[in-house]
Design a protein around this ligand. Structure first.
Ligand code: TRP
Length: 454
């Protein structure tokens, strides 16, 4: 990301840095992925595990990445190498994650475009029918067209280099998304039997706890907070030395988690009310698309609110897909010394090659399974459950045991900043995080191959 070095000091200070990092963090991970995982993994217990992980593990990993970035002032590939010459490979591994994520991210982005178009053209009520979603994603041509539209938008913005403009617009529109979410949540609270649904969403039921809950929550945390893929190193490298790092990490985490919890509130209690506990698991990755139209159907002016909502979700998804693609394109430019256009074209080709199976895997290619999963689920699994925990594990070994946690804590405290959770940090990177990650990687893989059941 050498071409970005000019920009390295461009964050205007603490708040500019936090907004940029939070803007990258908030996206489909919060709006689409978090609610369906929460529904699938037992509601309250998932939320509890997620919050505990975010406060301990997420805090440690995000501080580490931002501090490494700020200390080395390098892109991820070079940053790891600067810390230790044998760890340059981590930069490559981390750079692989966005390449796996972008294609299926754009497939889901395409679904959002479909819903946006349906609601904006006044057809919102038809989306509330049970058959609407499965028929749409099971089709061959139509989801591919919407996928192409979403990917096209992303690519054009990257090629024209106008992403800064989009970011400015979205900074202004994201609070609106937040406000609208609050309105929808309040409405969900007024539905009959709302209390039951809210209970399912918030009250942890410890009998539903399993290693899978931790695996899912951990993968979700990586995805949602853009961790273990070099992104936060890049952001750290742009941040100024006088930025209070711990405070920024807290703010980014709190903001990202609040948006996720709110999205869960819109979807999980409602699905519980409409279709009971079985319903919370039945729709899987399509939960948001199945449940929200039903909520809008019940609301006064629901078609209008639905239209506004999906436009805003579209923008949130677009700003994230732009930064994922930007991460890929700039690492191609760095590594292979290619022009922006050439890098973008290569990225597009990869994206089309991997995105088409991700889309068709819900329809005519649904008989093809990789480790028992359709393509989209497989790519999601590969990145969030294997690659990212592995990158995180290597990072904690590097920082905890090889260069030592002082590298990070010194970087954080070098301008007199107090690090409140310094002890916790040291214990996290040296012991808790690596052990937890090893357990997760092993048990998840064993379960995937059917050797153990969880
Ligand atoms: N964190 C983003 C979300 O919640 C998704 C994401 C994954 C991302 N990798 C990224 C965003 C890289 C920006 C850059 O939707």
């Amino acid at each position: 990301m050498e071409h970005n070095i000019k920009k390295r000091s461009s964050f205007s200070g603490g708040i500019g840095f936090v907004l940029a990092a939070a803007g990258s963090a908030v996206g489909l991970g919060n709006l689409w992925r978090f609610p369906y995982l929460a529904a699938q993994y037992g509601g309250g217990i998932f939320i509890l595990v997620y919050i505990i992980l975010a406060l301990t593990f997420g805090f440690a990993l995000m501080s580490t990445e931002i501090a490494i970035g700020r200390k080395t002032k390098q892109s991820p590939g070079l940053a790891y190498k600067t810390l230790h010459k044998k760890f340059g490979f981590l930069g490559y591994l981390a750079a692989l994650v966005p390449i796996i994520i972008l294609p299926y991210y754009c497939v889901i982005g395409g679904w959002v475009v479909k819903y946006m178009v349906t609601f904006v053209s006044g057809q919102g009520l038809s989306a509330a029918e049970d058959t609407f979603f499965p028929t749409f994603i099971g089709d061959t041509g139509s989801p591919l067209i919407y996928y192409a539209i979403f990917l096209g938008f992303t690519a054009i913005i990257i090629l024209l280099g106008v992403n800064k403009g989009i970011e400015k617009i979205s900074k202004f529109l994201m609070p609106l998304l937040l406000l609208l979410s609050v309105v929808i949540v309040i409405y969900v609270f007024t539905l009959p039997n709302a209390a039951e649904g809210i209970k399912y969403y918030l009250l942890p039921d410890f009998s539903k706890f399993s290693v899978m809950t931790v695996c899912a929550a951990m993968g979700q945390m990586f995805f949602s907070m853009s961790l273990a893929m070099g992104i936060m190193i890049t952001y750290g490298s742009y941040s100024r030395n006088d930025v209070n790092l711990t405070k920024s990490v807290n703010q980014i985490e709190i903001f990202d988690t609040i948006v996720a919890l709110l999205s869960g509130f819109m979807v999980v209690p409602a699905v519980y009310i409409f279709s009971g506990e079985a319903g919370t698991k039945a729709s899987g990755a399509g939960l948001m698309f199945v449940t929200l139209p039903k909520v809008f159907e019940q609301m006064n002016g629901g078609v209008f609110i639905g239209a506004l909502f999906f436009v805003l979700v579209f923008l949130a998804a677009l700003t994230s897909s732009i930064s994922v693609m930007e991460a890929i394109v700039s690492s191609f430019m760095d590594r292979f010394k290619l022009s922006r256009t050439k890098s973008s074209v290569i990225c597009l080709i990869i994206c089309v090659a991997m995105g088409i199976p991700s889309s068709l895997g819900n329809g005519i290619w649904s008989h093809i399974k990789l480790l028992g999963m359709d393509f989209l689920t497989f790519f999601d699994y590969l990145s969030n459950s294997l690659l990212m925990p592995f990158v995180a594990l290597c990072t904690t070994i590097l920082v905890g045991w090889i260069v030592g946690p002082d590298v990070v804590t010194d970087e954080i405290t070098k301008n007199g900043e107090k690090m409140g959770r310094k002890k916790l940090y040291r214990i996290m990177v040296r012991y808790v995080a690596p052990i937890l990650l090893v357990i997760i990687l092993i048990s998840y893989s064993l379960a995937q191959f059917g050797i153990i059941t969880m």
